[in-house]
Design a protein around this ligand. Structure first.
Ligand SMILES: [Fe+2]
Length: 253
C-alpha cells in the first residue's frame, strides 16, 4: 500500500517541480536576464546565451474585467487605446487599464509600435503534418533591421520560450528535411532559399526532456530577434494553446 501511494505521488510531485522550475526560477535560466525596470529592459545588450530579458513585476488591477468588457470582433482583435479608454470600469479595472496605457506609452516613446490584442485563437497552419509555420510552433522572429520582440500577457495563457540548446531547427531534422525536399522541385542550390521563403527555417522542435520557460502574467519581456546585427542566437518562443472559453490579452510589438 505504501509503495502504491509513493508511485501514485510521483507524477504529482514531478508536476509540482516542473511548475516551480517553469514559473519561479527565471533568474536560474541562462538565457534570461531579469531586470528591475523599463530602462534596464531597453538597455540590456543580448550576448552569448542571454537572448531574453524580463521586467519582472507584480501588477495590481483587474485585467479580467477588461477582457470581459472588450468586444471580440475577430479571433484576433486589435484593441485601440481609444477603445480601451472608452471602457466603463471599476476602480480595479481602471488600475489595470492604467498599466496597459503606461506600457503602451513607454514602448511607443522608445520607438516601438505596440499592439494590444484580444485573442481567441491564432490562425493555424495545417498544410503539412510534419511541419507547421504558425505561432503555436516553436519559432524565432526575423527582421531585416535591428529590433527585438516585446510582449506582455496581461490575461490568459502565457507564451513560452525555449533555450536554444534544448531545441533543434526543424529543417535540420533528417526526416523533416527529407519531406521538405520532396515538396521542392527547383534547383538544388536554391533549396535553402525555398526553406527561407516559406518560413520553414524559422521553426524548431523541442529536444526530448526540454523544459520551456513560461513567460508569466504581467511580465514585460524582450526577446532577441534574428537580424543582421544580433550578437546572440534569436530567442525561440511560441504562443500557448488558449484555455477553453478564455481569451488572452496581450501587448506585443
Ligand atoms: Fe514570434
Amino acid at each position: 500500500m505504501l509503495i502504491l501511494t509513493i508511485v501514485c505521488a510521483i507524477p504529482y510531485f514531478c508536476g509540482k517541480w516542473l511548475d516551480y522550475k517553469m514559473d519561479n526560477k527565471l533568474s536560474d535560466q541562462a538565457q534570461v536576464e531579469v531586470v528591475a525596470g523599463f530602462a534596464h529592459l531597453m538597455s540590456k545588450t543580448f550576448k552569448g546565451d542571454v537572448n531574453a530579458a524580463c521586467w519582472q513585476r507584480t501588477l495590481s488591477g483587474d485585467f479580467e474585467e477588461i477582457v470581459a468588457k472588450l468586444e471580440l470582433k475577430a479571433n484576433l482583435t486589435e484593441v485601440s487605446m481609444d477603445d480601451l479608454e472608452a471602457l466603463e470600469l471599476s476602480a480595479k479595472g481602471d488600475l489595470a487599464r492604467a498599466v496597459i496605457l503606461d506600457d503602451f506609452q513607454l514602448l511607443t516613446a522608445a520607438g516601438a509600435s505596440p499592439s494590444l490584442n484580444l485573442i481567441k485563437s491564432y490562425e493555424r497552419d495545417e498544410a503539412f503534418d510534419f511541419i507547421s509555420t504558425d505561432v503555436y510552433s516553436f519559432h524565432v522572429d526575423r527582421s531585416p533591421i535591428g529590433t527585438d520582440t516585446f510582449l506582455c500577457t496581461y490575461y490568459g495563457a502565457a507564451s513560452e520560450i525555449l533555450a536554444n540548446n534544448q531545441a533543434e531547427q526543424k529543417v535540420l531534422v533528417p526526416a523533416i528535411r527529407e519531406k521538405l525536399r520532396e515538396l521542392y522541385d527547383g534547383q538544388e542550390e536554391e533549396f535553402e532559399s525555398f526553406l527561407t521563403e516559406h518560413y520553414f527555417d524559422l521553426h524548431y522542435q523541442a529536444k526530448p526532456g526540454a523544459i520551456p520557460v513560461k513567460l508569466g502574467l504581467g511580465q514585460l519581456w524582450r526577446l532577441a530577434v534574428d537580424h543582421p546585427d544580433q550578437q546572440c542566437l534569436p530567442c525561440i518562443h511560441r504562443a500557448p494553446l488558449e484555455k477553453e472559453g478564455e481569451y488572452r490579452l496581450l501587448l506585443i510589438c
